[in-house]
Design a protein. Sequence first.
Length: 144
Amino acid sequence: MKNKFLFLLVGVLIFSCSKSDEKQQRNPYLTDPVVSLNLNLNLPEYNPLKFPGNYIVTGQGIKGIVVYCASETQYLAFDLTDPNHAPSDCSRMELDGVIATCPCPNDDNKYFITSGQHTTEPGTKYPMQQYRAERNGNNIIITN
């Protein structure tokens, strides 16, 4: 009896770990580039990240990555490609404060770099592609 229960329990666990929901929510426009950044806060180019509300832009990702300092311990990193259409020559977003705007013609997509969400249609538009950002001592490590 114990063997049947154990077999049933293992079967339920295997089938409940399906990734089909994750694939359905996946953004069809974007790829997953390999991202591995180590930003040393002792270097002058990364000094703004020591202060909440500041950000820097790096060259990795699809169209670059914006790294935002939310607090001394919390950092956010988002790709600068507009997530609501395929990457193109014009899809690298421009920053104005905490708003990233797509410069493509006939495109008014704008996103908050504090959350990655679309400014006017957060429930219907894909959010900005986010990367993992962790502070380790004087380094901010950005990965996917």
